[in-house]
Design a protein around this ligand. Structure first.
Ligand code: FPP
Length: 256
C-alpha cells in the first residue's frame, strides 16, 4: 500500500448543491439539474480516485428533502435507482466499495433493493470507498448512535467514544475536507459529529458546473491550511517528520 500524501485529504465529504438553480438559469425543469448533477458526480469521482483519495461521502438526499414537492422527490428517487443501476458496474470495475448511510425505512423498495445489490456487489473491493447518504440527517445519526451505544452498555452509559463507535461512518476516518457547491455556507444537517475538525470549502459554482479545475482549487486550498486539532502550531511542527513545504502537493501542482 502506498503511503498517503499528507497534503491531500483522505476523505472528502460533498454537498452537491445548486442543481435546481443551474436548471432554472437555463430554463430547464429542476430534474434536469439533478440529472446533470449525476453526470458531474461520475466525473468528479473519477478525478478523486485518480488522485488516490481513499474515500468520498456524498449527500444525495437529506432527511429534510422529503419536504420538496412530491413530483421532485419521486423523480429524485427514480434518478437514484437508475443512477445506481447504470453506474455501479463501473464503480465495481474500478475497485470502489459502495456503501449507503441513512434511514432506509421510508425509501421505495426498488431503491432499497438497488442499494443492497450495490453494497453486495462491491463489498470486497479494496481500492476506495464511496458512501452515499440517502434519507440522511446528522441529528438522526447522532440520536441513533446514542441509542445504540446505550443499548450496548450494561448500565446504559454513553460517552463520546462509545457514541462515535455507533455512528454511520464509524469505520472510516472523519472527513478531512467538506466541499459545498452552490453558494450556501452551512452544513444542512450533514455529518454533524464527523465534521467537528473538518476543513470547510465553499464555492458559488453550481454542482452541475463543478469541474476537475474546481476540484483542484478545493484541494489546493486544503493543502494550504494548517490543521491544528486544538493544538498550537509549535507542537504540530515538532511532531512532524517533514517540513510543510515537502508535503508533496506538487503531485497535483498548479499546472494540472
Ligand atoms: C441539491 O441541489 C441536490 C440534491 C438534493 C440531489 C443531489 C443528487 C444527485 C446529484 C444524484 C446522485 C445520484 C447517485 C446515484 C448517488 P438543489 O436541488 O437543492 O439545488 P438548488 O439549491 O439550486 O435548488
Amino acid at each position: 500500500m502506498t503511503k498517503p500524501n499528507p497534503a491531500l485529504p483522505r476523505h472528502i465529504a460533498l454537498i452537491m448543491d445548486g442543481n435546481g438553480r443551474w436548471a432554472r438559469s437555463r430554463g430547464l425543469p429542476r430534474n434536469a439539474g439533478h440529472q446533470s448533477g449525476l453526470k458531474t458526480l461520475r466525473k468528479i469521482l473519477r478525478s478523486v480516485h485518480h488522485y488516490g483519495i481513499d474515500c468520498v461521502t456524498v449527500f444525495a438526499f437529506s432527511s429534510e428533502n422529503w419536504r420538496r414537492p412530491e413530483q421532485e422527490v419521486s423523480l429524485l428517487m427514480d434518478l437514484l435507482v437508475r443512477g445506481l443501476r447504470k453506474h455501479v458496474s463501473e464503480l465495481h470495475q474500478r475497485n470502489v466499495r459502495v456503501r449507503f448511510i441513512g434511514n432506509r425505512a421510508r425509501l421505495p423498495n426498488e431503491l432499497v433493493a438497488q442499494m443492497q445489490h450495490s453494497e453486495e456487489l462491491t463489498c470486497n473491493n479494496t481500492g476506495s470507498c464511496l458512501n452515499v447518504a440517502i434519507d440522511y440527517g446528522g441529528q438522526w445519526d447522532v440520536a441513533q448512535a446514542a441509542a445504540a451505544a446505550a443499548k450496548a452498555d450494561p448500565h446504559g452509559h454513553v460517552d463520546a467514544e462509545s457514541l462515535s463507535r455507533h455512528l454511520s461512518l464509524a469505520e472510516f476516518p472523519d472527513p478531512d475536507l467538506l466541499i459545498r457547491t452552490g453558494g450556501e455556507k452551512r452544513l444542512s444537517n450533514f455529518l454533524l459529529w464527523q465534521l467537528a475538525y473538518t476543513e470547510l470549502y465553499f464555492t458559488d459554482v453550481f454542482w452541475p458546473d463543478f469541474s476537475e479545475q474546481h476540484l483542484l482549487a478545493a484541494l489546493r486550498s486544503y493543502a494550504e491550511r494548517e490543521r491544528r486539532f486544538g493544538q498550537v502550531t509549535e507542537v504540530i511542527c515538532d511532531g512532524r517528520d517533514k517540513q510543510p513545504e515537502a508535503s508533496g502537493f506538487s503531485v497535483i501542482g498548479s499546472g494540472a
